[in-house]
Design a protein around this ligand. Structure first.
Ligand SMILES: [Zn+2]
Length: 420
């Protein structure tokens, strides 16, 4: 049979999105939490679709669902594509799912055309990208990057389940977790909705991701003296809430200055501010803040942390309270997309007549872990008003189809490029 040019079938892609969206907790659309029966149901559908795309399907030791089609060249490293099919509670139908379904469609289009790639092609549905009931995110991609350790596998969730057992239940093998680690990937591509408003506002169909932010979460706690809101004179108060508020303002002001620096993405948010005892007529005796700091540049995160250290001590002084702790809750380093893959995605978009924009990802993704084992690239598509992690999350069939077409073109170009 003569091979034809592989072509994305937008109707098929859209119908997969809708069908997967129907596998949801009916009381809380769209919910398909990892390690739940609904998640297994979604995966059953995905494995069937992978098989129909001519892929050989397996689950690796870290619980990733992987479909693979061998290439023409023996022992060549694989070109992989993928994302995740789990959702947050009351999430959307596109976050993660768009990348998995588009990857299956790309594999399907290649198979239908009779085109034989040089490299093996893989489609991956990573296990539990969203924070699971165990509190851990990116479980599958950590496993593939050999970063899922024994302490993580021993984590226990609210129902008393051990992660290792939950992993076994989805077909993983915690006792031989090392076998999930890969060193045979030539490239990894992840298509994802932007989860922000930039592409929609600029009316650009394709985002070429430059880097995925590192995320540091810092907890700060102040201790003062609770007092009667009516009788404690202002000059004698030890108001821990005041110290928290001053720190919150400092976070905002410094973050604005940092974000104005060119070419480097930076945001910081005081997302939690708890006052204790929390009475309308009580001067707060304690205040706890959690600050989320994100940047494409690890040095900026470090510099901001030092400023936060000084500013919070200064705030405590002004409020006549003590800063009793400042601790790191979590810390992830930024990941950079490969220059060659970025150019390949941009060239692919241009060849299809699609404007493309370089963009940093302010959200974490599986690709950040995979970037530690092979060159990665990410393709963003616009989503309605930048909304994500809500049932209103939406991208059109056309937007998805364009993203998938660019990913298909990029895979074919990489396949021709990587092995001369
Ligand atoms: Zn996602």
């Amino acid at each position: 049979m003569m091979a034809s040019v592989p072509k994305i079938n937008v109707d098929r892609l859209w119908s997969d999105i809708i069908s997967l969206g129907e596998i949801t907790d009916p009381a809380l659309p769209y919910t398909r939490r990892s390690f739940s029966p609904l998640f297994d149901e979604g995966r059953a559908m995905l494995s069937r679709r992978m098989a129909e795309a001519g892929l050989t399907v397996r689950v690796d030791a870290a619980g990733n669902l992987i479909g693979r089609r061998d290439g023409r060249l023996e022992n060549a490293p694989a070109i992989a594509m993928g994302s995740h099919s789990d959702t947050v509670p009351a999430g959307g139908r596109f976050d993660g799912i768009a990348g998995v379904v588009a990857a299956i469609e790309v594999a399907c289009a290649i198979a239908e055309s009779g085109h034989q790639t040089s490299h093996p092609i893989e489609v991956i549905d990573f296990l539990a990208e969203e924070p699971s009931t165990f509190g851990l995110s990116c479980i599958g991609s950590r496993g593939m990057a050999s970063q899922l350790d024994g302490a993580m596998l021993a984590m226990i969730d609210g129902e008393g389940r051990v992660l290792a057992d939950a992993l076994r239940a989805v077909g993983g093998e915690p006792d031989s977790i090392a076998t999930a680690g890969r060193n045979d990937l030539a490239a990894f591509l992840e298509l994802h909705i932007e989860q922000g408003p930039v592409l929609e506002n600029k009316n650009i169909p394709i985002g070429v991701v430059s880097s995925i932010v590192g995320i540091r979460r810092i907890e700060i706690e102040f201790e003062g003296m609770p007092a009667h809101a009516g009788t404690a004179p202002m000059n004698l108060r030890q108001d821990a809430g005041y110290a928290g508020a001053l720190t919150n303002v400092a976070v905002r002001q410094h973050a604005e200055a940092f974000s104005a620096r060119e070419d480097r993405y930076f945001v910081a948010t005081t997302g939690i501010m708890l006052l204790h005892p929390g009475g309308s007529n009580v001067v707060p005796g304690r205040c706890k803040l959690v600050i989320d700091v994100r940047s494409s540049d690890a040095a900026l995160i470090e510099e901001f942390t030092e400023i936060l250290d000084r500013e919070s001590l200064f705030s405590a002084d002004l409020a006549k309270v003590r800063r009793i702790s400042m601790k790191l809750l979590s810390d992830g380093v930024p990941a950079h997309c490969d220059q060659r893959i970025r150019s390949c995605i941009r060239d692919s978009a241009v060849s299809l007549g699609c404007p493309a924009l370089d963009i940093a990802s302010g959200a974490g993704h599986d690709a950040a872990f995979i970037a530690t084992i092979c060159p990665v690239g990410m393709i963003f598509i616009p989503c309605l008003r930048g909304m994500s992690h809500t049932p209103d999350e939406y991208s059109t069939a056309d937007e998805l189809g364009t993203g998938a077409a660019v990913m298909l073109e990029a895979v074919l170009r990489l396949d021709a490029m990587l092995i001369p």
